[in-house]
Design a protein around this ligand. Sequence first.
Ligand code: ZN
Length: 157
Amino acid sequence: MLDCHPEEPTVRAPKGSLPPFWVRIPRMSDDNGLIKAAKEARENAHAPISNFRVGAALRAKSGRIFTGCNVENATLGLTCCAERVAIFKAISEGEHGFDAIAVAADTDTLTPPCGACRQIIWEFCGDVPVILTNLKGKVERTSAGKLLPNAFDASFL
Ligand SMILES: [Zn+2]
């Protein structure tokens, strides 16, 4: 787990404003930290069969970041994607409530979550931003709702 805002820049409010306070530079710098965490998590991918290495970083509303990488095994069918590893790791540590997830892969066309991960992202995170990135610095933003329209969830049970 990483601290969400280790090098996040801040700016001081103009002199004379009441009271003196620090203003958080919004979203983009937060997302940069999330993207960096996803890329670092990718380094731990266990993908000896496909060599398709993916990292994910999930930001909780508490500010904590949970990372995951894809983990293959000999059956292939039991492989778990980076996104689900990150989400299950967060849930297993008692975290609930998330506000973004980033996914990093080494592909020119950015890699979106698979169908299984879209379902899990929707169920545990709701309609959060999904940030796709690659190692060349390309970034695209979408959302869980766009990736999984008309989603099934517990509200139907
Ligand atoms: Zn997946």
